[in-house]
Design a protein around this ligand. Structure first.
Ligand SMILES: [Ca+2]
Ligand SMILES: [Ca+2]
Length: 162
């Protein structure tokens, strides 16, 4: 082998090594990118779960009272809207309740009272309440979740005569 051939082989090996290094760095880069994307997806899932849990926690929960009668399946819900306004009390604050989701219910005494109540079966009912002082409006929303009547089945035990 001439020294020239030796040099050529060395150069080819060197280029080969550089190429292999490049490929390896690309693979590492891709793996880092994949891992980053995976972490982002996991984070998005955790955030979504936290958002849904916060929404669930914010619901106003009312349970159908246990009264010994499975045919009575409603709960009464009382809602109060409180509004604080200017200290001089010059304005009259008016309220308007609007149901935004759930089976249609009848708000009593009417949908313009600060305190309203309704009777409904288990399910979710959402409302928007608007407080207005003639100058401006504020709105808030609430979701009421009526839970079914709680009951435990009788536990049965049989004894035989001794
Ligand atoms: Ca009942
Ligand atoms: Ca005002």
């Amino acid at each position: 082998m001439t020294s020239l051939n030796g040099y050529i082989i060395l150069i080819v090996c060197f280029i080969g090594l550089l190429f292999a290094k490049e490929l390896n760095e690309d693979a590492i880069q891709r793996r880092i990118q994949d891992r980053y994307e995976q972490k982002q997806k996991e984070l998005a899932k955790i955030n979504e779960r936290a958002r849904l849990e916060a929404l669930e926690l914010a619901k106003c929960k009312v349970r159908v009272p246990h009264d010994g009668d499975p045919n009575t399946n409603t709960a009464q819900v009382k809602l109060t809207a409180l509004a604080t306004d200017d200290d001089d009390k010059a304005d009259t604050v008016k309220f308007v309740w609007t149901q935004t989701s759930g089976k249609t219910i009848d708000l009593k005494p009417n949908n313009k009272s600060s305190k309203v109540n309704f009777t409904a079966t288990p399910g979710e009912y959402s409302f928007q309440v608007r407080a207005s002082d003639k100058y401006e409006n504020s709105t808030e929303t609430i979701t009421v979740k009526i839970l079914p009547e709680r009951n435990e089945a009788p536990e049965l035990e049989l004894q035989c005569p001794i």
